[in-house]
Design a binder for this molecule. Structure first.
Ligand code: CAO
Length: 544
C-alpha cells in the first residue's frame, strides 16, 4: 500500500473551475477511473477520475473551491493489486489526452448567410442528434449551443461559429452527424461572415469516457462504476446548458424525469417540471421535507449540498469559539422561521417630528421619576392599535386555521452580550407609555444580565425589533413564529419634506414590516404600515 497524491490532470484551457460535487468521502474504496469530483466552468461540467484503485484517506478540496491543473485533490492509499502497475511513490497526475487541435471547417459562407457545420469531434464519426436547441427565427450568439449530440461514450453540445438569426435547421432528432455535417443556416449581419469561429479544439472528446472530458463535453453512458456505498456518483443525465438553466431556476436535476434518449433531461423537461411544481401537481423533495418539518419542528432538506468544509487555518490564523446557549437556541428558531415562512418585507417612512419633541419634553418634565420614555414605548402602543384595526396581524397559523387573538402582548428584540432575546410586554393594551417604558427597561436589564425566564419571553402576538439606537436604514426582520408579522425600525434622521410650500426639515423614521405571505398580503401590509405610521405622526389619533 502506498499513499499517493491525486492531482488535477491537464484540463485544457480550463482555469479556476469550481468544484460542484464531491463524489467520494474519506474511507471510500474507489476503483481505478472512478470519478472523484465534478467541476464546472461556464461551458461544461466534467468529472475528474482517479488513476488508481484504493481507499480515500484525505480530501483536499471542498465544494466551491476553484481548481486548476495540478491542484491536489486527495490522498489515496493505493491498492497495488487493483492497479495494472505498482503503486507509485511519487505524486501521480491522471494522464488525460489534451484537446487536439483541428482545422475542420465550422462554417460555409454564402452571401449574408452562414452554414454552421459540425467541427472536428475527435474520435466520433457518427453521433446521434439528441437535442435541437434552436429553431428558425431564433437570434443566437457566437458560441451558443445549437444541438447536443451523443455517442455511446459522451455527449457534447455543438456551438455556433457566428452570431445571427436561424433561417433553417438542417438536422432533426435522431439524425447521425459527423465532422462537416450541416447544422443550421444563419442569416448574419453584413461583414460578420468572416468573423472568427470559436476554437474548434473546444469540441474534441478525450477517450476513454471515464477520463476527463474537455469543454462542452460531459460523460454520459460510460460513467465508471462506483462503490455501492459511495455518494451518488453519476450526475443526472443533462447537458451543461440544461444544468445552468436548472441552477438558475433552483431546480434539483435529480428530481426531473428525463424524456430524452437514455433518460436525458431536456429543456422541456426542466420547464415542464417547474410548471408542474408551480401548479401544485408535484412537490419537490425540499417541499416534501418542509411539511413534516413544519409539524415536527425538525427535518432535513434532501438534495441540498452539504455545508462547505473549509480548513480556514490554511488561509491564516483562526480561533474557535463555541456559540452561546442563546445563540444556539435563537439561531435554530430563526433558521426554522426563515425557511418555513414565506417572508415579504414592506418598507416605509414615518414623520415622527412631533412625537419625538413630545417624548423629549415628557422626559424633561419627568426627569425625577427615574423612568425614561422611549420611542419604542410609543411604537408598542401604536402596534396595539394597528393590531386592533387589522386583526389578521394579531394571529397565528395553526394547520389550516388562523387563530385570532383578543389579547395584545408585544415582544421586543433585545440585543445582549450573549445574543438576541425577545422579552414580552404583556397586555400592552392595558398599559400606559410610562408603565411600558418602565417594564421595557426592567426586561432589557434582565435580558442583558441573562436573567430572563421563559415566562418573560412567551406569549407574544407581534414583535418590534428596533435598531434605532444603533443605526442603519432598513432591514428584513425575521418573523418570530408563530406570529405572522414583525416590525423592524431603524434610526430616525432629519430629512427634507415638502409641506406644500417648501421643503422643511422633518424627523423621519424608517420602518420595515416583514409578514407571512401565507396569512397576509402586500396590500394588507401597506395598510398596516400606513396606519401605524399615521399614529406615530400624530399620536392623538390613538385616542380616536
Ligand atoms: N431613531 C433614532 N434614535 C433612536 C431610535 C430611533 N428609531 N430609537 C432609539 N433611539 C435612541 C434613543 O433615544 C436613545 O438615545 P438617548 O440615549 O440620547 O436617549 C438611544 O437611541 C439608545 O436607545 P436604546 O437602544 O437604549 O433604547 P430603545 O428603547 O430604543 O431600545 C432595546 C431598547 C432593548 C430594544 C435596545 O437596546 C436593543 O437591544 N435594540 C437592539 C434590538 C436588535 O438587536 N434587533 C435586531 C434583531 S434582528 O437581529
Amino acid at each position: 500500500m502506498a499513499l499517493i497524491e491525486v492531482k488535477v490532470p491537464d484540463i485544457g484551457d480550463f482555469k479556476d473551475v469550481a468544484v460542484i460535487e464531491l463524489l467520494v468521502k474519506v474511507g471510500d474504496r474507489v476503483a481505478a477511473e472512478q470519478s472523484l469530483i465534478t467541476v464546472e466552468s461556464d461551458k461544461a461540467s466534467m468529472e475528474i477520475p482517479v488513476s488508481h484503485a484504493g481507499v480515500v484517506k484525505e480530501i483536499k478540496v471542498a465544494l466551491g473551491d476553484k481548481i486548476n491543473q495540478g491542484t491536489l485533490l486527495l490522498l489515496l492509499e493505493a491498492e497495488s493489486a487493483a492497479s495494472s502497475e505498482p503503486a507509485p511513490a511519487a505524486p501521480v497526475p491522471i494522464q488525460v489526452p489534451s484537446p487536439a487541435p483541428t482545422g475542420a471547417p465550422l462554417a460555409q459562407v454564402t452571401g449574408g448567410s452562414v452554414q454552421v457545420l459540425v467541427p472536428d469531434i475527435g474520435d466520433f464519426d457518427e453521433v446521434s442528434v439528441i437535442e435541437v436547441m434552436v429553431k428558425p427565427g431564433d437570434r443566437i450568439k457566437v458560441e451558443q449551443s445549437l444541438i447536443t449530440v451523443e455517442s455511446d461514450k459522451a455527449s457534447m453540445e455543438i456551438p455556433s461559429s457566428h452570431a445571427g438569426v436561424v433561417k433553417e435547421v438542417l438536422v432533426k432528432l435522431g439524425d447521425k452527424v459527423g465532422k462537416g455535417s450541416q447544422v443550421v443556416v444563419l442569416e448574419v449581419a453584413a461583414g460578420a461572415v468572416l468573423a472568427a469561429a470559436p476554437a474548434p479544439a473546444a469540441l474534441v472528446v478525450s477517450t476513454p469516457a471515464a477520463a476527463l472530458l474537455p469543454d462542452r463535453v460531459m460523460p454520459t453512458a460510460a460513467l465508471p462504476p462506483h462503490e455501492p456505498n459511495a455518494p451518488k456518483a453519476a450526475l443526472p443525465h443533462a447537458s451543461p446548458s440544461i444544468r445552468r438553466l436548472a441552477r438558475e431556476l433552483g431546480v434539483q436535476l435529480g428530481e426531473v424525469p428525463g424524456s430524452g434518449p437514455k433518460g436525458r433531461i431536456t429543456q422541456d423537461d426542466v420547464q415542464g417540471f417547474v410548471k408542474r411544481v408551480m401548479a401544485g401537481a408535484v412537490q419537490t423533495a425540499a417541499q416534501q421535507a418542509k411539511a413534516p418539518a413544519a409539524a415536527s419542528g425538525g427535518g432535513a432538506f434532501p438534495g441540498l449540498l452539504p455545508w462547505p468544509k473549509v480548513d480556514f487555518a490554511k488561509f491564516g490564523p483562526v480561533e474557535r469559539k463555541d456559540l452561546s446557549r442563546i445563540q444556539k437556541i435563537s439561531g435554530a428558531n430563526l433558521h426554522r422561521n426563515w425557511v418555513l415562512i414565506p417572508h415579504v418585507t414592506n418598507h416605509d417612512d414615518v414623520d415622527i417630528t412631533e412625537l419625538e419633541a413630545f417624548r423629549v419634553q415628557t422626559n424633561q418634565e419627568n426627569e425625577k421619576s427615574g423612568v425614561k420614555v422611549t420611542m419604542l414605548a410609543f411604537m408598542i402602543k401604536a402596534a396595539v392599535a394597528a393590531l386592533k384595526k387589522f386583526p389578521q396581524f394579531n394571529a397565528s397559523l395553526d394547520g389550516e386555521q388562523l387563530v385570532l387573538k383578543s389579547y395584545f402582548n408585544i415582544g421586543f428584540a433585545a440585543d445582549t452580550p450573549n445574543g438576541l432575546v425577545v422579552p414580552v410586554i404583556k397586555d400592552a393594551d392595558k398599559k400606559g407609555i410610562f408603565q411600558i417604558s418602565q417594564e421595557m427597561g426592567d426586561l432589557a436589564k434582565k435580558a442583558r444580565d441573562g436573567k430572563l425566564g421563559p415566562a418573560d419571553m412567551s406569549g407574544a402576538c407581534f414583535t418590534i425589533s428596533s435598531l434605532g439606537g444603533i443605526g442603519g436604514r432598513y432591514f428584513t426582520p425575521i418573523i418570530n413564529a408563530p406570529e405572522v408579522a414583525i416590525m423592524g425600525v431603524c434610526k430616525s434622521s432629519i430629512e427634507p419634506r415638502w409641506d406644500g410650500k417648501q421643503f422643511a426639515p422633518r424627523l423621519i423614521l424608517p420602518l420595515s414590516l416583514s409578514w407571512d405571505h401565507r396569512v397576509l398580503d402586500g396590500a394588507a401590509a401597506a395598510r398596516f404600515n400606513v396606519y401605524f405610521g399615521s399614529l406615530l405622526s400624530d399620536f392623538r389619533r390613538i385616542a380616536l
